[in-house]
Write a protein that binds this ligand. Structure first.
Ligand SMILES: *Cc1c(COP(=O)(O)O)cnc(C)c1O
Ligand SMILES: [Zn+2]
Length: 422
């Protein structure tokens, strides 16, 4: 493969200082733990040298087809598993006859380890190996760790995973199968986060943890590239994104930002961050006039474990995504999430875990509040229902099946252009 990776700089979200990649490891040295970094490319040069049409000749697979917007110096350590290239479906009447909203489902449940986190973990593994790391650690509610463990297994890299004891057993089974070392943490994600940080500081491990490792947004942003390409660069009006740490939301914004810089798209869609009622820091911070620093952390108790977070670690990027796109944050109840997951599964065949279904629950609520909007809304289905089957077995799920029997979701465009399929 021709090496087409580009030079990049890192810029602090808080103070705007810029750094070369070798000058910083995780945060802005000036702002310390508060200083999350953006990865910025030489957009004017890219714009001249890399027309959109060149994608048709791209040989790289999945998310790596956008390699010029990736912060790697070579393709040498890219894991062989096919990450990305997930379908965008256009199911009819998913919101009922009354709604004028056109729904598109981006199905990330089909990733190699079953969640969107594969996009970040694939980049983490490549980046860690390129930096000479032998061990990669992560704190995770489950999916980031299964993704890291799977990607690492494909490259023979060792992992240490800090996982809340309450994480779904399906995710733990995956990590064990992939051969990762698991440290079970008594407490929630926030405790796992602190323990992982301490472990990395003590042992010099590469830290993949969201909100510490600024590169993770660069992997996850490729989902926005794919959505735009699958829509032939006609951006949707709305994108619904589930929010735990806020990394995915911030990354979707970053992907769209990159495309705007290159002139590949001409406007920013409104980004809608959906949180669980019992894990809603971003929503509360956005609604009030208080700064995020003065917003209370409340012990999270949502059944949607992958978005159950007291203090979102990518809160700066998540807040920017919503404010800069003129979007909004909203909240849904656990019951809304369970109902949405079963409606999605029974009417489209897309089987989402609770965290992912929350984005669809957000769209249902949005459609009820805006009955007359004729807009196009993409819903990010971030992970597979097989990763936490409890909501489907608990008895509270299961709506009227076949409400739209016979209406198979029409694949919008599973092979958007030559070369995206493996
Ligand atoms: C991690 C995750 C989320 C939330 O992403 P954040 O970046 O933490 O906001 C949502 N859904 C699924 C399935 C996830 O694994
Ligand atoms: Zn700074």
């Amino acid at each position: 493969m021709k090496n087409s990776y580009k030079a990049y700089a890192l810029q602090c979200l808080v103070c705007d200082r810029q750094y070369q990649p070798h000058e910083v490891s995780y945060f802005c040295p000036h702002c310390k733990g508060e200083g999350a970094l953006d990865v910025l490319y030489d957009y004017p040069t890219l714009k001249r040298e890399w027309p959109r049409a060149a994608l048709a000749h791209q040989q790289a697979r999945g998310m790596w087809r956008y390699d010029r917007l990736m912060p790697l110096s070579s393709t040498q350590y890219v894991p062989p598993l096919l990450v990305g290239n997930t379908p965008l479906y256009a199911p009819a009447n998913l919101l009922g006859e009354g709604s004028a909203i056109k729904v598109l489902i981006k199905d990330e449940s089909r990733q190699p380890t079953g969640s969107l986190k594969d996009r970040a973990s694939a980049l983490a593994v490549a980046h860690a190996l390129q930096s000479g790391a032998r061990t990669v650690a992560v704190a995770s509610t489950g999916n980031a760790a299964s993704a890291l463990a799977g990607m690492s297994a494909s490259m023979g890299l060792h992992n240490v995973i800090y996982l809340p004891r309450t994480a779904p057993r399906e995710k733990r089974a995956q990590m064990l199968g992939y051969g990762a070392e698991i440290v079970l943490v008594d407490g929630q994600y926030d405790e796992a986060f602190e323990q992982c940080l301490a472990g990395c500081q003590a042992h010099g491990w590469y830290n993949r943890t969201t909100g510490i490792n600024s590169y993770m947004s660069e992997g996850k942003k490729t989902v926005a590239f794919e959505i735009c390409e699958q829509l032939h660069w006609q951006v949707p009006d709305l994108i619904f994104v589930p929010v735990g740490n806020g990394c995915i939301l911030g990354s979707v914004y970053k992907g769209l930002f990159d495309l705007l810089q290159l002139g590949w798209i001409d406007r920013m869609p409104r980004l809608i961050g959906v949180q669980a009622e019992h894990s809603n820091f971003m929503y509360r911070a956005w609604r009030s006039d208080r700064s995020m620093a003065r917003t209370a952390r409340i012990a999270p108790t949502s059944l949607a474990s992958s978005i159950n977070v007291a203090l979102p670690r990518d809160r700066l990027k998540a807040m920017r995504a919503v404010t800069a796109s003129n979007g909004e944050f909203m909240c849904v109840s656990d019951q809304d999430i369970v109902t949405a997951a079963s409606r999605l599964a029974s009417r489209t065949g897309v089987f989402a875990e609770a965290g992912a279904a929350s984005a669809f629950a957000g769209l249902i609520k949005y459609a009820q509040a805006h009955p007359d909007t004729a807009q196009t809304a993409v819903v990010l289905i971030t992970g597979s229902g097989l990763k936490d089957t409890s909501i489907f077995l608990s008895g509270s799920a299961g709506g009227p099946p076949g409400a739209l029997a016979g209406q198979l979701p029409a694949p919008l465009n599973t092979a958007p252009s030559q070369g995206i399929s493996a």
